[in-house]
Design a protein around this ligand. Structure first.
Ligand code: TXA
Ligand code: MG
Length: 378
């Protein structure tokens, strides 16, 4: 990659902005501060694309009212038009411009969890272009908690629609470097605010059905939602593929998603049995000449300390695992892993969202390892 024009654009900013306009798109990598946020807001207002940090993952933002700008998101990501975007706001006063009806429950949830990792699906107003929500009558909206995201939204004074700032089907970006890895030369600018704190995308809650439905588990846990709406239900709808231009009744979650280049094998079951199976598979694949990567919580990696395999340490707590997961997938990829062996966490708290992302990284396959046989038979 040719770094020189990038340095030039960066060091000569704001002249770099002019530089970026000629020839192939030059992506500006700007450390987030009040000046660069102002500059990025102007790019959004002018119909450009800005990647920015949120507390969940980096988003790829455009003016949600501008269909041409919205179209650029789909092109830059290589994302099918049938996959709707999330609209981001910084103030509740903006909500009536986006959502046609806002129930008392929506306001209650906003009061409890905004700004934060909760996306609400509500009926859409005509102000939001059809392309934002893939021709659905509904729209997804959230108020992010990251100070850079809030400052950008405020400076642009517009709702910003933003999917995660990765190429379609790649792991979501949790650093500006991840964004550049996928989108350098395809977007105007990335605002660098350091690594994101949660590391998994927002929880998506559909409020347009009689019972509130969780469509995607995420940074806000099911238990946290249940504390406010005990009737909430999980409705995880996985789909195998989508086609460009297809109008979907209800968007699902693509099974081929968060995919590193390596094949991912997720093992689930009692700890000892899972560890033994990981060992067995790692040795087998290694003997076959495959480059093996292990992506495991810290305590589970101990056993493999002396092994010849690539290792990604996911940390000790579920918060650490969530924050490191996408980075670990990308790192193992870069190190040339051909197969990544990993395991699920208990399906509670962030464990549910982690399990969902692993399932989709493995393209829908979880390998269940049986408990060892009981020692006596009656
Ligand atoms: O944390 C997040 O949610 C991040 C940050 C940037 O805010 N954004 C994000 O966006 O994860 P994205 O595009 O990767 O995921 C958006 C998903 C869609 O794939 C779809 O499943 C769901 O949100 N969605 C969007 N609009 C919807 C709608 N009207 N009805 C149902 N689901 C919708
Ligand atoms: Mg995404």
């Amino acid at each position: 990659m040719d770094r020189w024009p990038l340095c030039l654009a960066y060091s000569c900013w704001p002249f770099g902005a002019l530089f970026a306009k000629v020839g192939a798109m030059q992506t500006q990598h700007l450390s987030a501060n009040s000046d660069t946020i102002q500059h990025a807001a102007q790019i959004i207002q002018a119909g450009g694309l800005v990647a920015f940090p949120t507390e969940t993952v980096y988003g790829l933002g455009a003016n949600a009212y501008n269909p041409e700008a919205v179209a650029k998101i789909f092109t830059a990501k290589g994302r099918p038009a049938s996959d709707p975007l999330i609209v981001h706001i910084h103030h509740l006063d903006q909500l009536p411009d986006i959502a046609a009806t806002i129930s008392a429950l929506a306001y209650t949830l906003a009061e409890h969890f905004w700004p934060g990792p909760l996306t609400l699906v509500l009926p859409k107003t005509a102000r939001i272009p059809a392309s934002v929500s893939a021709n659905l009558a509904t729209v997804a909206v959230r108020m992010p908690a990251h100070p850079v995201a809030l400052a950008l939204l405020q400076a642009a004074n517009l709702p910003i629609c933003a999917p995660s700032a990765n190429l379609f089907t790649r792991p979501s970006p949790t650093t500006a470097a991840h964004v550049l890895e996928d989108l350098e030369g395809r977007i105007d600018c990335v605002l660098d605010g350091g690594p994101t704190s949660i590391g998994l995308e927002s929880t998506i809650l559909d409020l347009t059905s009689p019972t509130p439905l969780i469509l995607r588990p995420g940074g806000l846990s099911v238990e946290q939602l249940q504390a406010v709406i005990p009737e909430v239900q999980l409705n995880l709808r996985y789909v195998d593929h989508k086609q460009e231009g297809e109008v979907v009744q209800a968007p699902g979650m693509l099974l081929k998603h968060y995919s590193p280049r390596a094949r991912v094998e997720v093992l689930a079951g009692p700890t000892e049995a899972v560890q033994a199976e990981i060992q067995r598979r790692a040795d087998l694949y290694h003997q076959e000449g495959q480059r093996v990567g292990l992506m495991l919580p810290h305590q589970d990696l101990q056993r493999f300390a002396e092994s010849p395999y690539l290792q990604a340490d996911l940390g000790q707590t579920e918060q650490e695992v969530a924050a490191r997961l996408f980075d670990a997938l990308r790192q193992l990829d870069q190190q040339g892993a051909e197969v990544i062996l990993t395991t699920t966490l208990p399906q509670e708290g962030l464990g549910m969202a982690i399990g969902d992302r692993l399932l989709r990284a493995a393209e829908g396959k979880i390998i269940h390892v049986a408990s060892p046989l009981p020692l006596f038979i009656q």
